[in-house]
Write a protein that binds this ligand. Structure first.
Ligand code: CA
Length: 220
């Protein structure tokens, strides 16, 4: 790691959480329930990342959010809670089973009426939104199958307003992106995605080393 970026040791990460994490009790409970699922829980974003994304929602005054890859609903809950009461979040996922967990928490948090769950193939959902002439989104969060990141990004660029923000998760991919010995399909897909965003003159971007790496791309 570059000496200009601090190495996040376990004790330092614990300090970071103690010093700045203000996680709502419902989010804490949802995180615990998801962690009990075992291996799949790795798909859940970290709590400090959820807090950061909720801050981004507030910073840009987002009213409409598009989420691709909802899993058990932590990121949707974190972002929807930061929306105004009449805000909307469209949550795309394939799994009725996982999103059902999120739906319980969205209801308990009183934000269920802000979240439209779109079950099925996300590319089809996004194409359907575009075809229906949906109102532009202020923010999109991509956190689904890595092989389709560029396809999702392209559709998000069409669906997000100028000045809107596209976030993409896992862009440091557990460090594998920087390991020349790693050439798995997902690793290559993420390297290609990061390179494409860097070269894309339609956005201003920054790769933020929070969680597993979060790409921020603002549509020009
Ligand atoms: Ca993720």
């Amino acid at each position: 790691m570059s000496p200009r970026t601090i190495t996040m040791t376990e004790p330092l990460h614990r300090y970071l959480l103690e010093a700045s994490l203000a996680e709502a009790p419902l989010l804490t409970r949802l995180r615990a329930e998801t962690e009990a699922l075992g291996d799949a829980a790795r798909m859940q974003i970290s709590p400090e990342q959820g807090q950061f994304m909720a801050l981004l929602v507030r910073l840009i005054g987002a009213r409409r959010i598009l989420e691709i890859g909802t899993f058990t609903g932590y990121s949707a809950l974190a972002m929807a809670s930061a929306l105004p009461a009449d805000g909307r979040l469209v949550a795309c996922d394939r799994s009725a089973e996982w999103t059902a967990i999120g739906q319980r928490y969205w209801a308990e948090a009183g934000v269920a009426d802000r979240i439209d769950l779109a079950l099925g193939d996300a590319l089809e959902t996004l194409d359907g939104l575009a075809a229906a002439g949906t109102a532009p989104f202020d923010l999109a969060f991509i956190d689904a199958d890595k092989g389709n990141y560029q396809a999702y990004f392209e559709r998000c660029l069409a669906l997000v307003r100028p000045g809107g923000l596209i976030l993409a998760d896992n862009v440091l991919w557990g460090g594998r992106v920087a390991d020349p010995a790693e050439d798995g399909e997902d690793t290559r897909a993420i390297r290609a995605f990061n390179a494409a965003v860097k070269a894309d003159t339609r956005v201003d971007a920054s790769l933020v080393p929070i969680g597993d790496g979060l790409m921020l791309a603002r549509k020009r």
